[in-house]
Design a protein around this ligand. Structure first.
Ligand code: ZN
Length: 463
């Protein structure tokens, strides 16, 4: 009996212990959960604000930073409050799905401009997250908010941004295959402040963010490009232009072509004056390989600094760079020292970028004489096919003029500052290629035609 009672007692004790343990676990869990919620509601350490809420209905995560600049902190807090309330309002308690909300704020400071980007992703049902972007740009010296137009010289300068952006987007497309829809892109990059609210000036240049749907479908995600300052020097206010980098003595080695394959061909030299011009010259360069073509650029010294990247690119591809003087003056009307300045300043500018002096010159309007030739010490190259491209600005017209007058040894005059000239030239190449022509630089033409260029001669062609 005693033994039986004992066992009974031990059994009761064990049951009690188990019950107590279960009660303890239950209470512990409850307390812990409560603590979690309290803890996660607002965790503020110095200037960092992290909010995390996680329950059966939703997850909410907010991260931002305080800058101790009242107008900015206020703007961020207002944004956070607005987006959070909007999200909470959207929650339908009867819906069994879990809602999600992520808000983050990133920033950087460059040149006394504080750039802040606020981004919200919320999932409230539907095919995908809903995204919201908001950017602030604050000039810390002048203590005021700014937008992208404030960095540009004037509205005319800002109105040129879309062509540059378009070029960089096209380049990006080559690697990512976004397959942009042209009219969609053009609408999304049209020069107005709304299209350019998400930008950021940093060490590399002007970074522009296009949010989903702005220029491409949601599936393409956000699209970012960086435009180097070199491309913008002509457009931005002086205080935002990066200092001109002296060429770091880099040794640029251009492509050299095997000319033997052109020996049996008719030759034609396409020449482009008045550039370089980033947005249009690049389009020409992009298409030269299609026709196994290299061309000659007669550039203005005054444009070299602001379009140095494209000039370097042209040179490295194996195109020839010649001088078109510094500021496009009629040399016949200048004093000798002025002529010398027009020529020397251009030579120096070109050498700064491509590492070598030009060997050829095309004096503006084709105006030259013995005196100018002696001063310049460059070979004078004019033309015998004048497309009048600057006058008509029509690609078909340019193409027809070239086709009408082309011959073996011809030099064609064009201007790479006009898109129509480039389109027309490329159309003409397409036809001339079938007709047995090869497209060469002046230097290549001289080699293939066995001519040693002479300083005293004016070259109109290489017949
Ligand atoms: Zn010119």
């Amino acid at each position: 009996m005693v033994v039986k009672r004992r066992i009974n007692l031990i059994f009761k004790i064990i049951i009690c212990i188990i019950i107590l343990l279960l009660i303890f676990i239950y209470i512990f869990n409850k307390v812990n959960q409560k603590e979690k919620i309290v803890n996660n509601n607002l965790q503020e350490e110095s200037n960092e604000v992290h909010i995390l809420e996680n329950n059966d209905m939703y997850t909410l995560k907010i991260d931002y930073h305080k800058y101790n600049i009242d107008v900015i902190d206020e703007a961020i807090e207002n944004y956070v409050k607005m987006k959070k309330e909007e999200f909470l309002r959207s929650i339908n308690e009867n819906n069994s799905m879990k809602y999600d909300f992520i808000l983050q704020v990133v920033s950087n400071e460059y040149n006394n401009i504080l750039n802040i980007h606020m981004n919200t992703l919320s999932y409230t049902g539907g095919a995908h997250y809903v995204r919201d972007d908001n950017s602030l740009h604050y000039n810390m010296i002048e203590k005021k908010f700014v937008n992208l137009t404030d960095f540009f010289k004037d509205s005319a300068s800002f109105s040129k941004i879309d062509d540059i952006v378009y070029y960089y987007l096209k380049k990006l497309d080559e690697n990512h295959e976004y397959n942009f829809d042209d009219s969609w892109v053009r609408k999304g990059i049209a020069p107005n402040t709304a299209n350019y609210s998400h930008f950021n000036l940093n060490e590399e240049g002007l970074e522009i963010l296009f949010v989903p749907y702005q220029i491409a479908p949601w599936s393409s995600g956000e699209i970012k490009i960086i435009i180097p300052y070199d491309e913008l020097n002509e457009l931005l206010k002086e205080e935002y232009i990066s200092e001109y980098h002296e060429s770091e003595e880099e040794n640029l080695i251009p492509e050299i072509r095997d000319l033997s394959k052109y020996e049996d061909k008719k030759l034609i030299a396409f020449t482009f004056d008045d550039g370089p011009n980033t947005s249009t010259t690049n389009i020409l360069l992009d298409n030269l390989d299609k026709y196994d073509a290299r061309v000659t650029f007669f550039v203005l010294g005054s444009r070299v600094d602001s379009h140095s990247e494209v000039l370097k690119r042209a040179y490295l591809m194996g195109n020839q760079i010649g001088s078109h003087t510094y500021s496009h003056k009629n040399l016949l009307l200048l004093e000798n020292n002025e002529i010398l300045n027009e020529i020397n300043n251009t030579n120096d500018k070109i050498k700064e970028v491509i590492g070598v002096y030009p060997k050829i010159i095309r004096p503006p309007y084709g105006n030259t004489n013995e005196n100018i030739k002696k001063i310049s010490d460059l070979k004078t190259i004019l033309w015998d096919v004048d497309t009048l491209d600057w006058k008509y600005r029509d690609a078909n017209n340019v193409c027809n003029e070239i086709l009408k007058s082309s011959h073996d040894g011809a030099i064609v005059l064009l201007h790479d500052i006009y898109k129509s000239s480039i389109d027309g030239a490329l159309m003409a190449m397409d036809k001339l290629e079938d007709d047995g022509y090869a497209f060469v630089t002046i230097e290549e033409m001289a080699i293939l035609k066995n001519r040693e260029l002479d300083n005293e001669i004016t070259y109109y062609n290489f017949k």
